[in-house]
Design a protein around this ligand. Structure first.
Ligand code: GLY
Length: 372
């Protein structure tokens, strides 16, 4: 099935619209008649772009996911329908179509998904040509015995199962920003790869400081996790990865236990931010294991952040205060529907419950900003 055909599926549109209305008027919906028996009030948590981008529509990712799961759609399908809004939005330069490309100007996408009830998972890395890598990750989960397909072979798999493959996922904006980065770094004049990589990082951070790109989009991503009305727990993470990365670089997003981890009995955690810092400690797995031992989502997330701080010792990754010069955030929910957004430095996260969608401050481990 192509990404386009998913967008215009009429049955899904009707369900989504009805669910969207339900989410918009929760008091009427939940106040009328006998409430269905629930073990839990559904909840969706996501990175802040989950309640920012609408791609020309009238609902955000978390609203759409919440509405669909409340109307009975499988929780993972609901979450993926939510992140598809952001993947397809040319204005979000951190995800899918229009995501910031790699150092060669090619958009390479990573994604993973986990389905708590069935204990299944799928992922893709370095995928080119498909606007909705989350759906390809789901196809890996549904249609293969594997958890991760990468590169040209992931694209070939996507083609074989019916996705539309496009020659280039750049938008005018993402291409313009890449050309600006090329102009600033001129990598052919840097013969030492370490110096060249550092120059690329510094040019990118400087462009974020100048407001040319959203600082959160430098390592930008969307993670979205949910607990449905029957207690089903699922999650999805999708990204264009580090802006202007070395071609072939894979971040945390498609790696189970790093950019996403779900245990159907315990909860879910996923991340945005510097993938290398998260990969080193498999922090989403750590968070879910902490929750298994009874810790609240916020305390579990803080433990992971403390480990990232402790493991960040290289001078080039420290700010003038000797603290990490980057951000990492986690979006966490447990089986009871308790949730948290935590980050090294204060950021935002998105939540949708029966009371509607909100963008909240994350709980920071550290004061101040990453770059000061
Ligand atoms: N967290 C996204 C990445 O580092 O690729």
């Amino acid at each position: 099935m192509s990404s386009e055909s998913r967008q215009i599926d009429r049955r899904e549109f009707v369900v989504t619209t009805a669910a969207g209305l339900a989410a918009a008027i929760p008091v009427r919906l939940f106040g009328q008649g006998p409430a269905p028996r629930r073990t839990i009030d559904p909840v969706v948590v996501a990175s802040a772009n989950g309640n920012r981008f609408k791609n020309g529509g009238d609902v955000t990712c978390v609203e759409k996911a919440f509405g669909l799961m409340s109307a009975g759609t499988d929780v993972l399908d609901a979450l993926i329908a939510g992140v598809n809004i952001v993947e397809l939005d040319p204005e979000d330069t951190s995800v899918g179509y229009g995501g910031l490309p790699n150092a060669d100007g090619v958009v390479q996408l990573d994604a993973s998904c986990m389905h708590g009830p069935s204990r299944r998972a799928g992922g893709v890395a370095c995928l080119e040509g498909v606007r909705t890598p989350s759906l390809v990750a789901k196809a890996v989960m549904d249609q293969t015995d594997h958890h991760l397909l990468v590169g040209a072979d992931a694209r070939q798999f996507a083609r074989q199962v019916g996705f539309t493959i496009e020659p280039d996922l750049n938008t005018e904006r993402s291409r313009r920003l890449w050309l600006e980065w090329k102009r600033r770094t001129d990598p052919h004049r840097w013969l030492d790869p370490r110096t060249r990589a550092q120059a690329g990082l510094e040019a990118g951070l400087q462009m974020a400081a100048e407001g040319l790109i959203d600082a959160d989009h430098f390592y930008g991503t969307i993670n979205c996790n949910g607990v449905g009305p029957s207690g089903d727990i699922c999650g999805v993470t999708t990204t264009s990865g580090l802006a202007w990365k070395i071609p072939g670089r894979v971040g945390d997003s498609p790696i189970l236990g790093a950019g996403l981890y779900v245990d159907g009995d315990v909860g879910a955690a996923g991340s945005t931010g510097r993938g290398e810092a998260n990969l080193f400690g498999l922090c989403s797995f750590v968070i879910v294991e902490q929750m298994r031992q009874g810790r609240h989502p916020k305390d579990a997330g803080m433990e992971a952040l403390r480990r990232i701080k402790a493991n960040t010792t290289e001078k080039r990754l420290l700010n003038p205060r000797g603290l990490p010069s980057f951000n990492v955030s986690f979006y966490v929910v447990n089986a009871r529907g308790e949730h948290a957004g935590v980050s090294l430095y204060q950021s935002k996260y998105a939540v949708c419950t029966k009371n509607g969608a909100q963008t909240l401050d994350t709980e920071p481990l550290l004061s101040g900003r990453a770059d000061e």
